[in-house]
Design a protein around this ligand. Structure first.
Ligand code: HEM
Length: 393
């Protein structure tokens, strides 16, 4: 393999848009790769190492030792993490998720009815479906839905900016969005204290009343769910539509046998997981890939790379509907494994069941360019804009 001039940097837009050639280089040439900076960050890319770091939460902590405006459980360790996680687990039971199916299907059918001819898929379908679902689960009024996208991105940027990257102006703008998001969530929390309903926010409010979580923790949990709950799922749905528009044989196979759509969703989460960058910090001197790693090192964990490691996955770059993809790391593993994965899988499966039932074909729009998510802070693999053509019967 020829050595690229810059095999891996955090800010390269070309790597954000298509990280896979750089990942292949990392896995083969530099499985523990030091990205210079203050402080330096060590990227790890092989399946065995990524799996080990995610599972060994004692050696590899999630608390990075920095204060960010949204202190969520993603950045906490035991015992605080266990306490908050049990509140989340109570709200995200398989039974609670099952009950959502009819409502998600009705929403998907509604958004899909607008997909005729030329459409911008992200704005028309991939985004509004998960935003509406998470807003309903959190009891956020629908009138606020359109602002949620911007606020959620601002909240992420504000946290990212707090790590020292990005300009002061960007940070100030992002923090304004975060404040606006928190105001909306405060309204929803108050409304559910006064009148609890059968939704996730009511379950969280009950735990606050029982003294299991504080008000600050409750607010941050709601914000985390809102952020984690929609952008990732929107990207998975958009990545799936992008794939089908380029691989008509898979679209035909799924139309002929819709029962395979669940498998399609999991292979998609292996091949193109929306969350591409996860951070950890070493709590003691250790080694990774046979090389020493000092205490306190920041580690950039790359699940998208692990999911393409040939040591674990035969023919890893091939999208294979027959593959047993259990054990892929697109939803993480260990104590921080995604608690929303059942919801994300449910939404994405229903999205494609509804879409494939209502269209004959999905094609790229040759006249408009698809715009991948790139730029400041891009840890997501997905699309800002995905123009497609929907052929309907
Ligand atoms: C395709 C969609 C999704 C993907 C790819 C995804 C991926 C992930 C991954 C990889 C992690 C682990 C992070 C780490 O180890 O530090 C995670 C954590 C988390 N996810 Fe998801 N997620 C998705 C959807 C959702 C949804 C729908 C929700 C909730 C509504 C959600 C809520 C969370 C929360 C609360 C955590 C933190 C868990 C913890 O720290 O214990 N995610 N997600």
């Amino acid at each position: 393999m020829s050595e690229p001039r810059q095999p891996f940097t955090l800010m390269d837009p070309a790597i954000h848009a298509d990280p896979y050639p750089a990942y292949a280089w990392l896995r083969e040439k530099a499985p523990l790769y030091r990205i210079d900076g203050t402080p330096p960050v060590y990227a790890i890319s092989r399946q065995a190492d990524v799996d080990r770091v995610m599972r060994d939460h004692q050696t590899f902590a999630s608390d990075l030792g920095m204060h960010v405006p949204l202190m969520s459980m993603v950045m906490m360790d035991r015992p605080e993490h266990t306490r908050l996680r049990s509140t989340i687990n109570k709200a995200f039971t398989p039974r609670a998720m099952q009950h959502l199916e009819p409502r998600i299907r009705a929403l998907a059918a509604d958004f899909a009815s607008a997909l005729v001819g030329r459409c911008e898929f992200v704005a028309a379908f991939a985004n509004p479906l998960p935003v509406t679902v998470i807003c309903e689960l959190l009891g956020v009024p629908l009138s606020q839905r359109d602002r949620m996208n911007r606020y959620a991105r601002d909240a992420l940027l504000a946290s990212f900016a707090a790590t020292g990257m990005g300009s002061d102006e960007l940070r100030a703008e992002a923090e304004q969005g975060l404040t606006a998001l928190m105001d909306i969530l405060d309204g929803a929390i108050q409304a559910h204290i006064e009148r609890p309903r059968e939704n996730i926010i009511s379950a969280l409010v009950r735990d606050e009343a029982a003294g299991l979580v504080s008000r600050t923790e409750l607010r941050h949990l709601c914000a985390l769910l809102l952020i984690a709950g929609h952008e990732t799922t929107a990207n998975l749905i958009a990545n799936g539509a992008h794939h089908l528009s380029r691989h008509p044989q898979i679209l035909r196979a799924l139309k002929a046998e819709p029962g395979r759509i669940a498998q399609f969703v999991d292979e998609l989460a292996r091949m193109a997981p929306p969350l591409q960058r996860i951070m950890r910090r070493s709590t003691c001197a250790t080694e990774i890939a046979g090389q020493p790693l000092p205490t306190g090192s920041l580690i950039l964990v790359l699940p998208g790379s692990a999911n393409r490691d040939v040591e674990r996955w035969p023919d890893p770059d091939r999208f294979d509907l027959e593959r047993n993809c259990r054990g892929h790391l697109g939803f993480g593993t260990g104590i921080h494994v995604c608690p929303g994965s059942a919801l994300a899988r449910l939404e994405t499966r229903i999205a494609f069941e509804v879409l494939l039932d209502s269209v004959d074909d999905i094609r790229p729009d040759p006249e408009r360019q698809a715009l991948p998510i790139v730029g400041y802070g891009a840890g997501s693999l997905g699309w800002n804009s995905l123009p497609l053509i929907f052929d309907t019967p």
